[in-house]
Design a protein around this ligand. Structure first.
Ligand SMILES: C[S@@+](CC[C@H](N)C(=O)[O-])C[C@H]1O[C@@H](n2cnc3c(N)ncnc32)[C@H](O)[C@@H]1O
Length: 232
């Protein structure tokens, strides 16, 4: 039998070292999950901080890797699932229900299974020609009016570009511009909101001046950006 290894199966054992970078380490400070927490907070902010509004929702993290973000959101949603082509990455995602994507272009869940889907730092690893189909798959597994959020590295931020350029697992990455991300979601039928930029303030300053992130959310300069869309 031919065993197909997903690309990230090779990186799973040394994933943390593979994404290690001195700038990234300084930015996240003493909180090793700072980047995941910022995404969790962005999602909470989007849904209005009122966790009762999300508790009845079914959430899928597409390309969840080791399940870090999904685990942080377990208490926020009624059900939390993850999927990824890499079984080795999923082996660490023990706090949520996970399924392996045997075909990276197919999401292994039925139509309308979820009310919210995220794809965090996934699309830059998806071949350009396969991105629209994957986005249509997200629409398929969402319920009518369900929400989709793509979070990506911001190619307009020079520090992000520098880190990506020297991160071995990103050697084949093709970054998406915010406008490209919006177009992709629109083409798949989503109503799309303006991108929100974040990761301006490092962890050590975040409790003191994290509020500036809100002021700068529409300025295309943060380390990463998020695009939220709504399915028809
Ligand atoms: C940089 S990691 C990010 C993992 C996780 N989302 C996070 O933020 O920690 C990229 C992940 O995307 C997954 N991936 C690559 N192609 C994919 C596809 N077509 N569908 C879903 N996930 C994919 C990889 O296996 C890997 O786990």
């Amino acid at each position: 039998m031919l065993l197909m290894l997903a690309e990230f199966d090779r990186h799973a054992g040394s994933y943390e070292e593979s994404v290690d970078d001195p700038i990234r380490t300084r930015f996240q400070g003493s909180q090793s999950d700072f980047f995941h927490r910022r995404k969790r907070d962005l999602i909470r902010e989007y849904f209005g901080q009122d966790r009762n509004s999300t508790r009845a929702m079914r959430y899928l993290d597409l390309g969840c890797g080791k399940g870090d973000l999904a685990s942080l959101l377990v208490g926020d949603f009624g059900a939390v699932s993850g999927c990824d082509p890499s079984a080795e990455m999923l082996a660490s995602a023990t706090r949520v229900e996970t399924r392996v994507q045997g075909d990276p272009g197919v999401i292994p869940f039925d139509d309308g299974s979820f009310d919210f889907v995220t794809a965090v730092c996934v699309y830059h690893h998806v071949p350009v020609a396969a991105r629209l189909n994957l986005t249509r798959e997200v629409r398929r597994v969402l319920s009518p009016g369900g929400r989709f959020c793509i979070i990506e590295h911001n190619p307009f931020n020079p520090v992000t570009r520098l880190i990506v350029s020297r991160t071995p697992i990103d050697s084949a990455a093709v970054l998406l511009r915010p406008s490209e991300t919006c177009s992709l979601m629109k083409e798949a039928g989503f109503t799309v909101e303006r991108p929100r930029f974040f990761l301006y303030v490092p962890e050590r300053l975040y409790s003191a001046i994290g509020c500036v992130e809100r002021v700068l959310a529409r300025v295309p300069a943060g380390g990463q950006f998020a695009v939220f869309g709504t399915a028809p």
